[in-house]
Design a protein. Structure first.
Length: 221
């Protein structure tokens, strides 16, 4: 299978990046320099007119959006067990993944790019401050999920739903807490998530992605 992953360091593309490495997939990582606006190039817009990462290209077919990409990876590499086979467990994992993607992620977007929502500088400051509070609450909810998973004796977030395997949820836990540090929210206060992140960072596949993307897990120090 031919696979190319278009990613930007530290972006949500970290999630499928981790899954591909953990699956042992043969894929070509394609760096998109967002700070240089490469996502707006005609070449990139031919892949994704929305100018977003990640993009996964397989045998010439283009897949966009985290939920679609991670589901494709999970179904292409079933031995990795990135999704449960049990229907209810799968639904639980997917509902949390969807919440992370459609609620938690957009909250951070309001912090990181408030100019997308209003041209008024004062309103941007209000939007940013409000969403910092919302994002902190969401990180506490994620911390509770990890605590629930650990209480079962599991090693991964989906153990909270009876599926103790690496999933997209774990990669998002790391990503969101790192983003929290960008927003001035100390990730170490979320003790269950922070301990889990240290374990994840020691996973050989995840460590490889962290090194490739040159990530610092806590940008507050």
């Amino acid at each position: 299978m031919s696979l190319q992953l278009y990613f930007a360091p530290g972006a949500c593309s970290f999630v499928p990046h981790v899954l591909l490495e953990a699956a042992g997939a043969a894929f070509e990582p394609k760096l998109v320099k967002i700070h240089k606006g490469e996502q707006y190039s005609e070449e990139y817009k031919a892949l994704n007119p929305k100018s977003q990462v990640p993009v996964l290209v397989t045998e010439g077919a283009v897949i966009t959006q985290i939920v679609a990409i991670t589901t494709f990876i999970a179904e292409s590499f079933p031995a990795a067990k990135f999704l449960p086979s049990d229907p209810l467990q799968k639904a639980r994992v997917l509902q949390t993944l969807a919440w992370m993607n459609n609620t938690v992620h957009p909250t951070f977007t309001h912090i990181f790019m408030p100019q997308k929502f209003t041209p008024d500088a004062a309103a941007q400051a209000t939007i940013k401050a409000h969403n910092v509070q919302l994002f902190a609450e969401q990180l506490r909810e994620i911390n509770s999920l990890v605590a629930q998973a650990k209480a079962t004796g599991g090693s991964y977030a989906a153990a909270a739903y009876g599926h103790d395997h690496l999933t997209a949820l774990d990669a998002y836990v790391l990503t969101f807490n790192r983003w929290g540090s960008i927003a001035g929210i100390d990730p170490t206060q979320f003790t269950h998530s922070w301990a889990h992140i240290q374990t994840l960072a020691a996973h050989p596949a995840i460590a490889k992605v962290i090194e490739r993307e040159r990530l610092q897990l806590n940008l507050m120090g």
